[in-house]
Ligand binder design. Structure first.
Ligand SMILES: [Cu+2]
Length: 124
């Protein structure tokens, strides 16, 4: 049905090009790596939290918050995006006592979708 409609409105060559065209150039961001890693137990305490996505993210509205087990925010509200790697954002943290921490993040993908997520790590 869709193809029939397209056939009526598009020249065959255009239709073929549309069907064969590669995936959209602007990707949806997915967190692929972090430091500390998800569910990792580390010692000594990290000085910053780094996140890497599968593709460069947009500069606006990026956020990283690190929260301790009592719900207190322990990052320094200084999220930055790497100048040389747009897929990499990071924020520094206060001196972290042993315990469990939650990292919450929000970025805007190249495809303009907002991507949020969280993971935990433990300082031993
Ligand atoms: Cu998307």
């Amino acid at each position: 049905m869709l193809l029939q409609t397209l056939n009526k409105t598009l020249k065959p060559a255009v239709l073929l090009a549309a069907l064969l065209s590669p995936l959209p150039a602007f990707a949806h961001a997915i967190l692929v790596k972090s430091q500390p890693g998800k569910d990792e137990t580390i010692s000594p305490a990290p000085k910053q939290v780094d996140l890497w996505f599968n593709d460069a993210v947009r500069g606006e509205y990026k956020a990283v918050a690190v929260i301790d087990s009592a719900g207190k925010r322990v990052d320094n509200h200084d999220v930055e995006q790497s100048l040389t790697d747009g897929s990499h954002i990071y924020a520094t943290v206060a001196d972290l006592a042993p315990g469990k921490y939650t990292v919450r993040y929000r970025v805007v993908s190249q495809d303009t979708h907002i991507v949020t997520g969280k993971f935990e790590f433990t300082v031993k």
